[in-house]
Design a protein around this ligand. Structure first.
Ligand code: TMP
Ligand code: MG
Length: 207
């Protein structure tokens, strides 16, 4: 059986990641694939509750401390994610270490220091970056509700995402319609999943 694929969606706040993740999960399920949604921060754990209190301005924390909590929130999910992938379950992931680095570095923390705690996390097989100009994000409902939803910071974050992006990233124009974005994301994700199945089959022939 082929290992599940790790499909990540990244982007600034209000780019439409959560909507696209939900649509992708639903479409893959409808096609009969085993697929699960993961979201970071995962706010339901003890660490996640601390992160939530920080993001909603109920609690103050040093920039370094919150950075490490975001990373720990990924590490605490790692074993379960690896098990799922091994079982052949595809994971659609809403934010990951790139958000971790981009947001903390945008606040002024050293880039290398920011990257270090996430070293060793399982790597995504496919990363979509939903790119939205900050001027557009600002107009979307809910912008400004949480701590980091401020124009100046979001612009720095967007700039840092562009610095961090790998050659393999798939850039998606988040000004496009929800449906157009979904079609692009679904097609690319299906190609990636198919590639994995082909690899598994050729592996079997060689055994
Ligand atoms: P969310 O809106 O996707 O729930 O994310 C909440 C905020 O947390 C968002 O502004 C991005 C930020 N964030 C970090 O600063 N570091 C991280 O590691 C993650 C996953 C999110
Ligand atoms: Mg948000």
């Amino acid at each position: 059986m082929a290992r599940g694929r790790f499909i990540l969606l990244e982007g600034c706040d209000r780019a439409g990641k959560s909507t696209q993740c939900a649509m992708l999960v639903a479409a893959l399920k409808e096609k009969g694939y085993a697929v699960e949604l993961c979201k970071f921060p995962e706010r339901t754990t003890t660490i996640g509750q601390m992160i939530n209190a920080y993001l909603t301005n109920a609690k103050e924390l040093d920039d370094q401390a919150i950075h490490l909590l975001f990373s720990a929130n990924r590490w605490e999910a790692m074993q379960a994610m690896k098990n799922k992938l091994r079982e052949g379950v595809h994971l659609v992931v809403d934010r990951y270490a790139y958000s971790g680095v981009a947001f903390s570095a945008a606040k002024g923390l050293d880039l290398t220091w920011c990257k270090n705690p996430d070293r060793g996390l399982v790597r995504p097989d496919l990363t979509f970056f939903l790119d939205l100009p900050t001027s557009e994000a600002e107009k979307r409902g809910g912008f400004g509700e949480e701590r980091y939803e401020k124009r100046e910071l979001q612009e720095k974050v967007r700039h840092l995402f562009h610095e961090l992006k790998g050659k393999e990233w798939v850039m998606v124009d988040a000004r496009s319609s929800v449906q157009a974005m979904h079609e692009t994301i679904l097609k690319t994700a299906l190609d990636k999943i198919q590639e994995a199945q082909n690899e598994a089959q050729s592996g079997e022939l060689l055994e």
